[in-house]
Write a protein that binds this ligand. Sequence first.
Ligand code: MSK
Length: 647
Amino acid sequence: MPKTQDHTHTQRISLDHDFEVLYEKACEAGIDTAFSRAKQTPVPCPFGSAGVCCRHCLEGPCRIGLNGKGPQEGICGANGDTIVARNLLTMMIEGAAGHAEHGRETALALLEASEGHSDYQIKGVEKLYQVAAGLGIETNGKAVEDIGKQVALKALEDFQKQAGAMNWLTLHAQQQSIDKWDELGITPVNIHLEISKAVTRTSMGCDADPINLLLGCLTMGLVDGFGGLHLSSDLQDILFGVPKLVKSNFRLGVIKKEMVNIAVHGHVPLLSEKIVEWSRKLSEEAKAAGAAGINVVGICCSGNEMLMRHGIPAASSFSSQELVIVTGMLEAMIVDVQCIMPGIQKVAECYHTEIITTLPYVKIAGSTHVNFHTDKADKAAQDIVRKAIANFPKRDHQKITSFTGTVEAYAGFSNEQIIEALSALNKEDPLKPLLDAITSGAIRGVAAIVGCTNVREFQDWGNVTVAKELLKNNVLVVATGCSAHSLAKHNLMNMQGLEYCGESLRGVLKAIGQAAGLESLPPTLHMGSCVDNSRPADLLTAVANRLGVEVKDLPAVGSCPETHSPKALVIGTYFLANGVDVHVGVNPQVSGSQFVTDVLCNGAKDDGLNLEKLFGGKLIYEKDPVKAAAILLRRIEEKRLALGLSS
Ligand code: MSK
């Protein structure tokens, strides 16, 4: 049995008590998890934390001395500003590449489905027509598959074209923003070209101008926003259908003792869709093995995707993924890509859980690998579900910890669903009730709470606290990613949470919800996975277009209180390029350069060049969630004032 690194487990790890129970159980059983490993290294490396460690060549690693003490240049002469900006761009590349690969796989899946040589069919026909029209594809008299193929080829063109702007950027961005990006020379041409160029410019002996490197970060933000987020969401809606309102459950009570439990974890929903389908089809086989049936639960964004389209319950966000296994009731955890801790394998070895990797470029030593491809998706899903069924009799009943508590949550708030709900109030002009609420001040502004949970943070605390502070002050809150897990678990996606809303916001939510046949809309709206940050972006664009202003002018903010991932940083950069203020509650690792910090965080009235002057919004780094919410509220009021909206 491995020895846990946290023998004392005195510090609390989560606002969710169930995970504290499991953490204590893991510590007592000598099972290491990310939480115990984090306590083993309580202070992160100060040089890495400040962004001043350079590992771009073999003369180093070099590091810049902190607080002006020690060497102020690397061996090549790169100073702290260059090194910090370059390291930030490296993180952006990593985040954008992950989302772009998600988009590329989805585009190929749509192409194969359209050509009839995969196990998938197009389910979102209406969305297909809408996207095709936006791309200028002629649809009259054409078969759905022909249109699907044209849309897929347009998407793949965004990985190949050598001139002009990306198709998906032109499809979704406001013209004023495109003009600004063109003027600054940051408009991306194609996704792979920009990623490749950015890798080149960060390598030793290339770009050494911190301003130019920071502009490169903005390009990566646009690559991510249009080539990762929008492209993936659009094509997934075409393949699997646009999410509609669903009711489901969160917390560990969703894992059922009498069932074969399968967790889907990762991001790209291609395989998870099939796991859900085959779990239903093979339930008789599970019963023959002594179980009551098959229960699929979600982790991270695979969980969000399956929740949004199928109402699959959610077991865990990022930081507690290993602890799900410690229930002793998980027969298999199926992973695809991103946010998968290698540590799950070691924890699984202490139980009967089988970790199953599915992509040739994401494997974990010791785990089972079932290769997934769209033309053999049904076969792969059947094999995986049968492996889980075969594991059910191997449970060690002495090691089981079950929970009964679940929290009900509403999800499925695509823009199409929001518009449908609003149209119950105004059929001819569905956006009008929302615009009226914003302009009258009944809704002070809109906030997207996005991003992760982070093992070094007290799980859910930052996400929930920022949300409650904003709700109390009548800000409409939407959420995606793992932060949506936090909000759902703490009653902010069901009607109980309405008590946290200010009176005027509650009135608007009730009016819209009741017109749509509900008691109310929930206090916060679950808009989906990480790539679905395209949805709040589209909502803001629609509101700005109707008000005749730019997105940067809206009283809208983004917040990532507990993030851990470079993906969240690059999503935030996409919003910054659109002029939206973005809060991060976790150190963005730029403090080693006052110049870079000023460019990112200073206001428009400050001396020198900065993001707010160029785009209209800035980065706000504040660890304390109450203070962070106060800053966001102030920014919302400033933008209201500038727009001439009621005080
Ligand atoms: S899964 S990127 S921990 S949100 Fe999208 Fe959650 Fe953050 Fe991964």
